[in-house]
Design a protein around this ligand. Sequence first.
Ligand SMILES: NC(=O)NCCC(=O)O
Ligand SMILES: [Zn+2]
Ligand SMILES: [Zn+2]
Length: 456
Amino acid sequence: MSLLIRGGTVVDTTHSYRADVLCVDGKIAAVGPDLEAPPGAEVVDAGGLLVMPGGIDPHTHMELPFMGTVASDDFYTGTAAGFAGGTTSIIDFVIPNPQQSLLEAFRAWRGWAEKAAGDYAFHVAVTWWSESVREEMGILAREHGVASFKHFMAYKNAIMADDEVLVNSFRRALELGALPTVHAENGELVFQLQRELLAAGITGPEAHPLSRPPAVEGEAANRAIRIAEVIGVPLYIVHNSAKQALEAIARARGEGQRVFGEVLAGHLVIDDSVYQDSDFTRAAAHVMSPPFRAKEHQDALWKGLQAGHLHTTATDHCTFCAPQKAAGKDDFTKIPNGCGGIEDRMSILWHYGVNTGRLTPSEFVAVTSTNAARIFNLHPRKGAVEAGADADLVLWDPNGERTISAKTHHQNVDFNIFEGRTVRGVARRTIAAGKVVWDDGVLRAERGRGGICRGR
Ligand SMILES: NC(=O)NCCC(=O)O
Ligand SMILES: [Zn+2]
Ligand SMILES: [Zn+2]
C-alpha cells in the first residue's frame, strides 16, 4: 500500500523545506522533490500545507480505573480523537495497585490497548517496593521495551510513592537505563489540606486548588530532582503547572543535571477562575491534579517552553463525564481527577504558541512530537519525517480555523475544557501507518489498527 504526499512543506525540528513524502507499507520510503507515484499509489495533495511528524501525546490515561470509576475515553475512542487533532501516538500509563505485580498490570493494560486505532507505548508506575518489583522492572525494561517508570508523589492511601519507593526505584531505573518520571505534588500536604478544608465546611470544587497550592508542587519537584541528583539518574517531571516547579527544573538544569519537563496544553491557557464557577458540573469538569493555576504561572510555563526547560507538551487525557464527576458533589476530594484534551493539544499549541510568535514551527514540531520520541526512546521510528520512520504524519493547515466544542469533538466525554475557543491552525489530514485516518473532517479510524511501539 503506497501513499504519495505531494507538494507540501516538510517541517522538522530544524528547518522547513519543500518535499514530497512517499509512504510504503506503513513506513516512510522517501522524502524529496518531485517523487514518482508508484503504480496504484494514492496521491494526496499537500499544497499549502505543512507536513509534520504526527503528534505524540506522552501522557494519557485511556480507560483508567481511577477514584472508583473508569475514564470514559478508551484506547479506541481516545486514539481516534487524537487523529482528528493530528496526534498519532500516545504514551499511556500502566498503574499497578500497591502489592500488585507490575507484569500482571502490564498485561491488563496491553489487553485494553488492543482496541487502539493508533500506536501506543507505556510508562509503568511503581506504586510500592519489594524485591519482586525490582525484578519485574528489569523484565519490563529488557523484554518489553519499557523506557520509563512513573512515580505518583500524590494520591496518599492509593498509589502514592513515598521517598523509600522513589529512592529504590530511581536506583533501579539507573541500572536499567530507564527514565524515572514523577507526578510532583507532596501527597501528605495535599491529604492534610483536604482534611482541613472539609472540616472548615469548604466542600465544593473551589477547595480543590486550595488543597494543592503551588508550593506543594514546588516542594515535590525539588525533592524528586534532589533525589535524582544524589542517585545520578536523569528525571522527567510530568504536568508541571506551577512556576515553583519550573524554577526547580531550571535551577537543576543550570547546575548541569539532566531534568526534562512536560507541560499540559490546558495548564498553558486555562486559569484557576474555573473553580469559582457556581455551576458544580462546570467547575468539577476542571478538577484535575495539579489544578489550573493563576495567570502568572501560565506566563512562566510559556517562558519555560521557550527557554527549553520544558521539553514536551501533553494532555494528561483522562476523561470523566458529568455523572462520574458528580460522585464528589458533597466532597471535592471524591471528584474523579482528570480532564481531556488529546484532540485539541496541537491546535492549542499552534494557536497560542506559533501564532503569537512564542514558538517557531520547528519548535512546535519538537514540543508536540520529536522531543517526546527522543526522550522515551521511540525516535527515529516516531517523531521524524525521514526514510525508515513510521508513516505517521499530520498535514497541517496553518490558516485553517475551527471552534472547539464538546458538541463536535470526537472525544468520548461530555465536556471540553477549551470550549468556545476559535483556533487558527488545524490538522487537515492525519496519516497513521501510511493510511489517511483523518480526511478533512472525516474520521477513518479503525479499531485495533494501532500497535505497541518501542524504539529500534
Ligand atoms: N491528572 C489527573 O488529575 N488525573 C490523572 C492522574 C494523574 O496524572 O495524576
Ligand atoms: Zn499526575
Ligand atoms: Zn496523568
